[in-house]
Design a protein around this ligand. Structure first.
Ligand SMILES: *[C@@H]1O[C@H](CO)[C@@H](O)[C@H](O)[C@H]1NC(C)=O
Ligand SMILES: *[C@@H]1O[C@H](CO)[C@@H](O)[C@H](O)[C@H]1NC(C)=O
Length: 349
């Protein structure tokens, strides 16, 4: 009788103990898997009335607006930019409406060919001009490109995208400057073509609840059509990598903001209002080898800086210790005009 009782108590203790161990295990592993703390569901802001009723904090001013007419090429600095559903730019100078592809039709970016950043595009009426150091300029008549209507397909990450081939003369010029077979595709995102919607995986939506399936993207952008950086974050990174001279261009922002309260303040922004435009911070911007390209020489840093340093303190996903985050990707809630010098207002998380 006594020994039965003993066995009974021992068994119960083991059972309770295992449940406890399992519970501790579950709670520690699930907390390790937790995405960054975000408010549950954030609605799209629908009207300016709503904007007026929100509490905004001024955090800085716009110091630069950059349009990357050709993906991976040199930017054009503009004094004002119109932001709308599928475009960021000024007039026909729209962000990423041209893309370079390899001879086999695959997306060619600065990651594979760093000298693409030395290609300087300029658009005037229907003429696209490309320039490159020590090379005569190339002029492309886009009315001809449209009339030829040589439609091709390529892929930006997991999305199929389309564009019109800019012709053999352009391909030869590009081969001359980059030393490899390469073509240029054009997609004007004309009003009658729907904006490209991003292909979101479950990982995306799980980690970044503010990113919506209907967040539009410019034709050939990696994710959403707008990327914002602050000079304070770049300056802080610079103190950690004194051996390289950083330029905001290492990070290819569309909107550069200066005067923010402290470095990395943008991590906590939720809505961002500039002029009448209202954006949402949809996710921190993931960083790759592109950050190591000097935009004045078109050469990658031999020591992989500043990427190596960023990896030491800006990787937030333990499962991915090689992809640091810097700057923020924005989704658009309300369109409008942005101007250099505009005040930047935010709500924070
Ligand atoms: C481009 O081609 C169109 C159609 O041939 C022509 O009307 C236009 O003048 C050309 N543009 C330039 C700048 O040559
Ligand atoms: C431009 O892109 C849109 C969206 O991907 C696509 O539907 C359209 O066919 C493209 N236009 C051309 C001319 O390739």
């Amino acid at each position: 009788m006594k020994s039965t009782k003993k066995i009974y108590i021992t068994t119960s203790l083991i059972a309770v103990g295992s449940v406890l161990v399992y519970w501790i295990y579950r709670s520690t592993t699930s907390s390790r898997r937790k995405p960054p703390q975000r408010p549950p569901v954030v609605q799209r802001i629908q009207s300016l009335d709503e904007v007026r009723n929100m509490k905004w904090e001024r955090v800085g001013r716009v110091s630069r607006l950059c349009v990357y007419l050709v993906k991976s090429a040199s930017p054009t600095l503009v004094q004002e930019a119109w932001v709308e559903e599928n475009a960021f730019g000024s007039g026909r100078m729209k962000d990423r409406c041209f893309i370079l592809v390899t001879g086999k039709g695959q997306m060619l970016t600065g990651r594979m060919e760093p000298r693409t950043v030395l290609i300087k595009p300029f658009l005037h009426h229907d003429t696209l001009t490309l320039s490159f150091p020590h090379t005569p300029n190339l002029h492309i008549n886009l009315t001809h490109v449209q009339a030829n209507n040589d439609k091709r397909k390529t892929r930006v990450w997991s999305d199929d995208v389309y564009g019109l081939d800019c012709g053999d003369e352009c391909a030869q010029w590009l081969e001359g400057v980059l030393g490899r077979k390469c073509r240029l595709l054009y997609n004007a995102s004309l009003p009658d073509t729907p904006p490209r919607t991003i292909h979101l995986t479950d990982t995306h939506t799980h980690k970044f609840p503010l990113l919506r399936k209907d967040d539009p993207s410019s034709q050939y952008a990696d994710l959403t059509g707008y990327m914002l950086m602050t000079t304070e974050s770049i300056a802080d990174l610079q103190t950690r990598v004194p051996q390289v001279t950083l330029d905001p261009l290492n990070f290819r922002p569309n909107i550069l903001v200066e005067g923010t309260p402290r470095p990395y303040h943008e991590d906590a922004w939720m809505y961002v209002r500039i002029g009448e435009a209202v954006f949402r911070n949809v996710k921190p911007c993931s960083r790759c080898i592109f950050t190591t390209i000097d935009h004045h020489s078109g050469i990658k840093d031999v020591n992989m800086e500043p990427l190596r340093t960023l990896r030491k303190y800006r990787c937030f996903d333990k499962a991915d210790p090689t992809t640091p985050m810097l700057g923020i990707n924005l989704g658009l809630d309300l369109p409008g005009i942005l101007r250099v010098g505009d005040d930047v207002y935010v709500t924070t998380m």
